[in-house]
Design a protein around this ligand. Structure first.
Ligand code: GLU
Length: 278
């Protein structure tokens, strides 16, 4: 495939890498030169021993990557700069999950449609200005205002994967209804996954983002942020997900599928490739 691409594998050190991560990393490596990026903005959940394990497990798989490795915890000034730049399109929000549920009058989370970040925010704090921000507030993007500021009525992209449904589009109205006002800065983090990923993919000059299909909806958010911040939009390839025998997507807590445990049980990197169909 396109060997000239610059791709990345961007795990969070919140657990051991499992078969799904191995698949993602190997896909990134087969599509070009890949950067490893440590997504460690969630200081409460990240652990240095998991970061060490990431390096060891990837090296054991036979992968190599340029050093030094970018760590998001070193990048807070870059995120703050972007937040300042977007200030006119964002607002501080003090709603907790229970407030959001109450505003949506939903007794349980599952009862309502959810976007990539959970419940669609009902906009309770949308009128608040930054001068009213409290220390525990999050910062949200006013999605409708963002589309209006760009004079944009839809976002579209073509997936580089070979699925039959390769073309994806969302109108501004669909975006506000199915994704909503996403968080750009989480409590105590100074950024969010969406903001950090967009800034770092641009800073590293990533030309092809390879990641799981579970993040397909998030791509609309990322393209919107790229437009707002005048950053280039890379190509996207959303790959299939590795599932367990019951068909469930693997999660970090599924320790049984950790690469490390297969290795300790005597598996070779070739066995891993076979297990994930590569
Ligand atoms: N840190 C994210 C994860 O572990 C990366 C997602 C992405 O590739 O954009 O899922």
């Amino acid at each position: 495939m396109a060997g000239g691409e610059l791709t990345r594998f961007a795990p969070s050190p919140t657990g051991l890498l499992h078969l799904g991560h191995a698949f993602s990393a190997l896909i990134a490596a087969t599509h070009g030169r890949f950067h490893l990026r440590i997504e460690d903005i969630d200081r409460d959940r990240c652990r240095p021993e998991f970061e060490t394990a990431i390096f060891e497990d990837l090296a054991w798989l036979g992968l190599d990557w340029p050093r030094p490795v970018m760590r998001q915890s070193d990048r807070l000034p870059a995120y703050q700069q972007a937040l300042d730049r977007l200030a006119a399109l964002t607002y501080p929000c003090r709603c907790r999950r229970a407030d959001i549920r109450a505003a949506l009058s939903a007794p349980q989370e599952g009862a309502l449609p959810a976007g990539p970040d959970g419940l669609i925010y009902p906009g309770t704090c949308r009128h608040r200005g930054h001068d009213q921000a409290g220390p525990d507030d999050v910062i949200r993007l006013d999605a409708a205002r963002a589309f209006a500021a760009l004079g944009l009525d839809r976002i579209a992209f073509r997936d580089q994967a070979t699925q039959p449904d390769r073309d994806h589009a969302l109108t501004a109205t669909e975006f506000t209804a199915t994704i909503g006002d996403v968080i750009l800065s989480r409590r105590g983090m100074g950024t969010s996954y969406h903001l950090a990923v967009v800034i770092d993919d641009a800073a590293q000059g990533i030309t092809l983002v390879t990641r799981g299909r579970d993040l397909l909806q998030a791509t609309f958010i990322h393209i919107l942020l790229q437009r707002l911040l005048d950053l280039p939009t890379p190509r996207y390839l959303h790959h299939r997900l590795i599932r367990d025998d019951a068909g469930k997507r693997l999660a970090k807590r599924d320790d049984a599928r950790a690469l490390r445990h297969y290795r300790e049980a005597g598996a070779t990197p070739d066995d891993i490739r076979r297990m994930i169909g590569l």
